[in-house]
Design a protein around this ligand. Structure first.
Ligand code: MIC
Ligand code: SF4
Length: 648
């Protein structure tokens, strides 16, 4: 049997380990990206590692999330990030230049290279044939310092595409279809690799939409081959020199194959409040909508906005609807203008925002109470929009604009003939908001600019021999990092201030959590959390590990973990345990006092299970599924401690 493309790229980057699914491997990282909301912490960590200049081929620091400057905090972060980029040899993408994943696809993605990003949607670059993986900030800082990235060798699922999409059905619908099959955890431990005759029907930005949404399936990453369409994209970007043809072998083997007949798909939507609550748009049709937004790293490319502009050539936005556009990048915006399509957006009744994440992460654009908001965003987790409860649907740009003009959820096929969209052979390119790295000599002289909200990381103590504490919170399945560490305009500016942001941990599940946890910490007791399946799905934010750790959380006992969150827990010394017997979940209550005796010894001796005993009930067993490297990290208290111990 031949090799699939994922294995080929991994093989070329393999630093250690065997490429057997489930085994730990380490791969060389060629490029990194950070965004501002995770980036300040990444660079504080990078500074703590103490390297003079990044060791990657290319590293980019984007500012796209925290772009509302309601006081000094976000502005100080931007200034800090720019000065760090200058000092350490990093590209800097200024606020207004666009969403990291869209800009990376346009200006930097290279087929066959590896990319590690401190954002869960980093796999978007898989649309350009890159092996692009989302990770916690510390892993990205380590990669910038020249270390390999450790992960479990994923299974490779081949997604065989054939047939042709019908008019008004688009890349988003392919992803929604897969979400309906795989659900938010179906991709765990897997790479989704697309192949088959249907691949050539999709342009790079369409492929990027599909790869982007693989994150919502829990996939490690998603990947398309690099072919004629990739060359067309790179040529349009003036980057044909970056092109390499990459294909799986003819008879490539996959761990599993899913077939998708593109011609059978129809417009789909993800209903409130999970990306996998997928229905046909016709099933929801007729419900009034108050807000419709085109944006996010999933669906705000030039093709998406040209489609919207074409529709608005003929129709006007319904008077009861706020129709908003957040262009994915400055390049998208500038090309819309150059192609005279921008005018149609304005004439049709669009409210245009700056390029960036905005409402996707609750930075503005909260919808009105008890009303439906349709978005081409990535996730519709409860309350993420900023309004609580919210009723957010995820849809294609086609469905979004059709609903915006009709005022009710509408199957876009009702709009009649599908407009012809042609992307320019050469995009207008303007890199004026993209600052290249300084030469080394000049860079050394740069002073890093900090503001009062940028607080250095505290010391995290090693795990004790006997871990004694209280289970302070019990949650169900599919808890997201938005539940653990909410985002939004109020909280995001605190990303570089751990003591301040930790006050919001689990805020929507238990408003008093942080106070209660700190009290236990003062008494010398550890805090434990009980969770269900796929615990920690969603974003890569390491604050969802860091902030609980700051509050004294030392152990999380769940049925299963999402990949990035699990790594973040380990990086910051929180012990991830799995119920040996899932039924035991029902036996533990909030407030139970627990003891794990001789924990250090158990970890040092390589025990695969530990006993958790209670004062008032029978003890239970939990699985310790940690590699040697991960164990060392937990014992040291954090990966940073470990790195420092090693360099002494
Ligand atoms: C998200 O979409 O949830 C974010 C905001 O981009 C996060 C990163 C963050 O929390 O800063 C992600 O997806 O990793
Ligand atoms: Fe930004 Fe939303 Fe994409 Fe996250 S998912 S990077 S918040 S646009």
């Amino acid at each position: 049997m031949g090799k699939n493309l994922t294995s080929k790229i991994i093989e070329l980057h393999l630093v250690s380990g065997k490429m057997i699914p489930g085994e730990e491997i380490a791969i060389k990282i060629d490029q990194t990206l950070t965004q501002d909301a995770t980036g300040t912490m990444v660079y504080l960590e990078f500074e703590a590692i103490g390297i003079k200049r990044v060791k990657t081929e290319l590293s980019v620091s984007y500012v796209d999330h925290n772009i509302l400057q309601t006081d000094f905090k976000n502005a100080d972060d931007h200034r800090y990030l720019q000065s760090v980029a200058k000092k350490y040899g990093i590209w800097f993408s200024k606020p207004g230049n666009g969403i990291c994943h869209q800009v990376h696809l346009e200006r930097f993605a290279v087929p066959g290279k590896t990319l590690l990003g401190s954002d869960s949607h980093t796999p978007t670059a898989g649309g350009c044939g890159m092996l692009a993986i989302g990770a916690g900030g510390l892993d990205v800082a380590m990669a910038m310092a020249g270390n390999p990235f450790y992960l479990k060798m994923p299974k490779v699922v081949g997604i065989y595409l054939y047939g042709k999409l019908n008019p008004w059905v688009s890349a988003r619908d392919i992803a929604l279809y897969l979400l309906s099959k795989l659900t938010v955890k179906g991709g765990l431990g897997k790479v989704l690799e697309y192949f088959g005759p249907g691949v050539k029907e999709l342009s790079v930005p369409e492929r990027a939409t599909i790869c982007n949404l693989g994150t919502e399936m829990g996939a490690t990453t998603s990947l398309f081959p690099s072919d004629e369409n990739t060359l067309t994209w790179l040529k349009a970007q003036g980057r044909e020199k970056d092109f390499v043809k990459l294909q799986p072998d003819e008879n490539a083997s996959y761990d599993e194959v899913i077939e998708v007949d593109l011609s059978q798909l129809e417009p789909l939507c993800a209903c409130p409040s999970s990306p996998d609550k997928v229905k046909r748009v016709v099933e929801e049709a007729g419900k009034p909508v108050s807000q419709v937004i085109i944006g996010s790293c999933a669906n705000s490319s030039l093709k998406d906005l040209l489609l919207v502009a074409k529709v608005l050539e003929k129709y006007r936005v319904h008077p009861e609807v706020s129709f908003e556009v957040n262009p994915g990048s400055l390049q998208v915006l500038e090309n819309l203008v150059a192609l005279s399509a921008f005018q149609n957006l304005l004439k049709g009744g669009t409210r245009v925002h700056q390029c960036g994440c905005l409402g996707c992460i609750g930075m503005g654009q909260a919808p009105p109470t008890q009303s439906i908001s349709l978005r081409t965003f990535t996730r519709n987790f409860p309350g993420r929009s900023g309004t609580n409860p919210d009723f957010v649907y995820l849809v294609s740009p086609e469905t979004a604009v059709a609903s915006a003009v009709k005022g009710v959820i509408t199957d876009p096929r009702e709009l009649g003939e599908y407009p012809q969209i042609k992307l320019p052979e050469k995009f207008v390119i303007n890199d004026s908001l993209l600052i290249p790295p300084l030469p080394e000599e000049e860079a050394q002289k740069v002073e890093i600019l900090r503001g009062p909200n940028i607080v250095p990381l505290p010391y995290f103590d090693p795990i004790p021999q006997d871990l004694e504490g209280i289970f302070l919170l019990k949650v169900g399945d599919h808890i997201t990092t938005d539940h653990i560490m909410p985002a939004g305009a109020e909280i995001l500016p605190l990303r570089s201030n751990l003591p301040a942001i930790s006050k919001y941990v689990y805020r929507n599940l238990d408003p008093e959590f942080s106070e209660k946890a700190l009290k236990l910490k003062e008494k010398g007791l550890a805090v434990g959390i009980i969770g269900g399946e796929n615990y920690g799905q969603g974003s890569s934010r390491e604050h969802a590990a860091l902030a609980p750790r700051f509050l004294g959380v030392r152990v999380k006992l769940v049925k299963s973990f999402a990949r990035i969150h699990r790594s973040n827990l380990i990086n910051f010394g929180i012990l991830p345990l799995i119920f040996e017997n899932k039924e035991d979940y029902n036996k533990i209550e909030v407030g139970d006092r627990f003891l794990i005796k001789n924990l250090r010894k158990a970890l040092e001796n390589g025990s695969k299970r530990v006993e958790i005993s209670f004062k008032n009930k029978n003890s239970i067993w939990a699985l310790v599924d940690l590699t040697e490297r991960e164990k060392a990290c937990i014992l040291a208290g954090s990966l940073l401690n470990l790195v420092k111990e090693k360099s002494l």
